[in-house]
Design a protein around this ligand. Structure first.
Ligand code: FES
Ligand code: FES
Length: 159
């Protein structure tokens, strides 16, 4: 039997009140109820990282989280993240995507990394994206892109 429940959360900095099926996964709620389709559904088993979001500033795979459990919490998706301009430009410049299916999850992880570690090493970048799968790029272009974005931000900060 379907039970509809009210849920209040902060999504990308804005208060949201939604009525949702109590069985929904967070990734389903984001896409179907909150117009945040940048969060992708891949494996639904926590393996691919396509559904990655930040919950209270922590990287989480939203297919492993019940939507009801984010009541009162802060959720950030690809649509709401700062730093995206530099990351997007770097992903384009360094061929950091091909089909693009993994890209929003990769960018969420990258944005979180750069928030906490503005000038990461390539090894730190590899570690940060190790929970996100890409079947197209071989990863090194993604590492190049995130590294370039970090260097651009460091240069901007010193101007
Ligand atoms: S859809 Fe969540 S990790 Fe793959
Ligand atoms: S660009 Fe296709 S899965 Fe990563």
């Amino acid at each position: 039997m379907t039970t509809t429940i009210p849920i209040n959360l902060t999504l990308n900095g804005k208060a949201r009140a939604l009525n949702i099926d109590s069985r929904l996964l967070l990734v389903e709620m984001l896409r179907d109820n909150a117009n945040a389709q940048g969060t992708r559904i891949g494996c639904l088993t926590g393996d691919c990282g396509a559904c990655t979001v930040l919950i209270d500033g922590q990287v989480k795979k939203s297919c492993l989280v019940l939507a009801a459990s984010v009541q009162g919490h802060h959720v950030e998706t690809i649509e709401g993240l700062a730093q995206l301009q530099a990351l997007q430009a770097a992903f384009v410049a360094h061929n950091g995507f091909q089909c693009g299916y993994c890209t929003s999850g990769m960018m969420v992880v990258a944005a979180d990394l750069l928030r906490h570690q503005p000038s990461p090493s390539r090894e730190q970048i590899r570690k940060a994206i190790s929970g996100n799968l890409c079947r197209c790029t071989g990863y090194e272009h993604i590492v190049d892109a995130i590294y370039a974005a970090s260097q651009a931000e460091v240069q901007d900060a010193t101007r």
